[in-house]
Design a protein around this ligand. Structure first.
Ligand SMILES: C[S@@+](CC[C@H](N)C(=O)[O-])C[C@H]1O[C@@H](n2cnc3c(N)ncnc32)[C@H](O)[C@@H]1O
Length: 459
């Protein structure tokens, strides 16, 4: 083997392909450049074997480097929605007094989702056409699994999906009713009324869910007198925004980054009645990294410290062996188990447990029993022990001083039962096949739970 060949064969195989020939992304990049996006010229879009589409650096990136900055008007934020006159007509040219009827009935995320639908139906007439075209066509969150599959999922996942469904159902219907009562003759709004559908709204909802970043514009706009604006519909805060290109960056829990608004002097606390898009034309939104990224590796940001159920249900992916994963146990189940072991809790013990919040956050993770689970078992063991003050023992154990207290054996049968339950669910899930990404992620996560619990028993 010649020297060059030997050298070449030592190189690590590439785990990405560049997106140089992807027409949608080429068009997106050109459009973003004309709209004033300034990105670090080391960055390119690429598709990675493990995470899918993301951002790669061609040269080394150092802590403190800016990844990109963009005009505020190139992001979809609360101001974008408030200054869009045609969008506001939906609510104002209406047979109902929408702002009163649906006062505080919608999350800001729902309003942004509806705003995306409003643009999506405009197709090439929309300002955001090239951006919308570059977005994923579907999302890998378990919300999109068929109902019979969802029914086999872990209880916590089912509970998140059920809350998502409630919010989506309710907001979808509110917007539908508002559209039905709109009397505007505007062509865009006629098209919106015709094309508005549940599928489109769900797509938009999860576009916002999976791609929004935190953006606080309360210094820029005075949102106090909101009663006559769309903000009257909102029941939470408005501190999220969609940022093209920035939203191509994937998540790593190790990433450290910061964002900032670069303001000009006249864009301070503008009154809601005086909003105008042009007032914000000089404001820029910038993101910096505090990490080092080697050449030809993926650049990451951190979406927040998240355990896999959150990553899976909100973003549609999991991190293998995520250290933040935990398996919860309901207090009722623990109480029943103790009763069967002839360790029935007295009313006094239950009151003590409730007063100290020890009926919540009962779980097992890679480190073992959660503090509350441990403390609950201390109440079981020491509450009636002569000359012992259970509060003191719990307090001491918080500071590392422990009594005779290896409780793992005490709950081992309960943990074994949980393993059997999860295995049963995994077996059921596997009957649905293995060529669905969402399903595979759910199964992988549940198998991770089993391995955490098995390790716990071994300890
Ligand atoms: C803000 S977008 C990032 C860009 C996205 N990959 C794309 O193709 O448009 C967030 C989505 O990217 C994917 N993602 C982000 N971080 C990931 C990771 N570490 N592993 C796998 N998928 C990830 C998930 O689908 C998530 O919903």
């Amino acid at each position: 083997m010649g020297r060059t060949r030997r050298k070449r064969s030592k190189k690590k195989p590439r785990c990405f392909t560049t997106c140089d020939h992807n027409e949608e992304l080429i068009n997106l990049n050109s459009w973003l450049a004309t709209q004033g996006l300034c990105r670090n010229d080391k960055l390119v879009l690429a598709s990675f074997n493990d995470t899918g589409r993301g951002v790669m650096t061609k040269r080394k990136i150092y802590p403190g480097e800016e990844l990109l900055n963009m005009p505020l008007n190139l992001t979809i934020n609360v101001i974008t929605v408030l200054v869009d006159k045609t969008f506001n007509q939906i609510f104002c040219e209406n047979k109902m007094d929408c702002l009163q009827k649906y006062e505080q009935s919608l999350s800001f995320q729902s309003l942004l989702a509806f705003y995306l639908v409003y643009h999506k139906v405009q197709e090439s007439q929309s300002l955001w056409y090239l951006y919308l075209k570059s977005l994923p066509k579907e999302y890998t969150v378990p919300y999109f699994l068929p109902k019979d599959v969802q029914n086999c999922l872990d209880a916590k996942m089912q509970s998140v999906i059920s809350k998502q469904s409630d919010v989506i159902d309710s907001s979808y219907n509110i917007f539908k009713n508002i559209l039905n009562n709109n009397f505007s003759k505007n062509d865009i709004l006629s098209k919106l009324k015709e094309s508005y559908s549940r599928n489109l709204y769900e797509w938009a909802y999860f576009t916002v869910n999976t791609r929004c970043v935190y953006m606080d514009l309360t210094k820029v706009v005075d949102m106090n007198n909101y009663q006559h604006s769309l903000l009257n519909l909102i029941n939470d805060n408005t501190k999220i925004a969609l940022c093209p290109y920035l939203d191509m960056i994937n998540h790593s829990p190790k990433a450290r980054n910061e964002t900032k608004l670069i303001l000009n002097s006249c864009s301070d606390n503008i009154n809601l009645d005086n909003l105008d898009k042009d007032l914000f034309s000089d404001i820029r939104f910038s993101i910096y990294t505090n990490n080092t990224f080697e050449p030809f590796t993926q650049v990451f940001i951190c979406y927040g410290d998240s355990y896999n159920v959150k990553l899976l249900t909100e973003y549609g992916f999991i991190l293998p062996n995520n250290e933040l994963d935990y398996i919860p146990f309901d207090f009722d189940v623990v109480e029943l188990y103790l009763k069967m072991k002839e360790l029935k809790l007295s009313q006094d013990q239950i009151t003590f447990i409730q007063n100290h919040g020890l009926n919540k956050d009962l779980y097992v993770d890679q480190k073992g029993l959660s503090f509350n689970f441990y403390a609950l078992l201390m109440v079981v063991k020491f509450y009636y022990k002569q000359n012992s003050d259970v509060s003191r023992i719990i307090y001491s154990s918080m500071n590392g001083v422990t009594e005779d207290s290896n409780f793992n054996d005490l709950v081992t049968p309960l943990v074994k039962e949980k393993i059997v339950d999860i295995r049963k669910s995994v077996d059921q899930l596997e009957t649905f096949g293995n060529n669905n990404v969402i399903l595979n992620n759910c199964v992988e996560l549940m198998c991770h739970y089993i391995s955490i619990l098995e390790n716990f028993i071994k300890c």
